[in-house]
Design a protein around this ligand. Structure first.
Ligand code: SAH
Length: 262
């Protein structure tokens, strides 16, 4: 008998319809699969049926890792560790196809780490099929000029193409979470805006969206020290709000900041 641990965000997906939608979102046959937080193995079991080349799973919970070993033996490779401590690009020589019904408390941290750690265009995955809390997914897929647009949309859209697969009711999980969920599919974007140091994009978006209702004057001052050259060059009206600048403008701002930093 398994007692789900709240601290590890354990809400097990037990809706076969949603499991099927997730595993059919991309090609699995002959692929090397990475699953994050396999839990009791609901997704894993169904992924195995599609004849992947191999499956690696990362599960932090010791007890569940043992259970997975009991159920799957050598059919899968179990890494009993914390996803936040793992270097994904060193996991395997193959390009990975990633699935995860992520623990919600760390889902944005996982996604941001992945985006910021991709070196140039060396993508270690060909697709990510990930379950998020619906509010978080709404922020990831938001377009500019909308209320959900912000740091997450700008970071995710920088290197990834994003597609919404479906919304998921809370009754699809056990135990039932308090929130609705959404499955998103991400693929590498090959023509992303070239930035030398993505940390600056992270910093710029963090500061700009700290006060999303205030005019752009304030964060501009903070980042560029009252220097109007950058806003003039990019033709930015400083009376607008952060959500009114499109994706490309944020990438250009990060580039200008990068240039100033040398
Ligand atoms: N994929 C399963 C379980 C989802 S619940 C299903 O759909 O049924 C989230 C899973 O992530 C749990 O198994 C939990 O133990 C695991 N987990 C939580 N934090 C983790 C971390 N930091 N690293 C790896 N796994 C983690």
């Amino acid at each position: 008998m398994i007692t789900p641990k709240k601290s590890l965000g354990q809400n097990f997906l037990n809706d076969q319809n949603i499991i099927d939608i997730m595993i059919n979102a991309v090609e699995v046959k002959n692929k090397s699969i990475l699953e994050i937080g396999p839990g009791t193995g609901n997704l894993t079991k169904n992924l195995l049926k599609k004849n992947p080349k191999k499956i690696l799973v990362i599960e932090k919970d010791d007890h569940l890792s043992e259970l997975l070993y009991k159920n799957f033996g050598d059919e899968i490779k179990i890494i009993n560790n914390d996803i936040l401590k793992i270097k994904e690009n060193k996991l395997d020589k193959d390009i990975l196809t990633v699935f995860g019904n992520l623990p919600y408390n760390i889902s944005t941290e996982i996604l941001c780490n992945w985006i910021l750690n991709i070196e140039d265009n060396n993508f270690w995955f060909d697709s990510l099929v990930l379950m998020f809390q619906k509010e978080v997914a709404d922020r990831i897929i938001a377009d500019f000029n909308t209320k959900n647009y912000g740091r997450l949309s700008i970071l995710a859209n920088w290197k990834l193409k994003i597609e919404k697969i479906c919304n998921v009711k809370s009754s699809s999980f056990f135990p039932k979470p308090k929130v609705e969920s959404t499955v998103l599919l991400f693929k590498p974007k090959l023509d992303f805006y070239p930035l030398k140091n993505p940390k600056y994009l992270e910093k710029i978006t963090r500061i700009f969206f700290m006060h999303r209702r205030k005019m752009l004057k304030k964060p501009f001052n903070q980042i560029f020290n009252g220097n109007f050259e950058v806003s003039n060059k990019l033709k930015i009206n400083l009376n607008l709000r952060p959500q009114n600048l499109n994706f490309e403008t944020y990438y250009k701002l990060a580039e200008e900041y990068e240039n100033l930093r040398g």
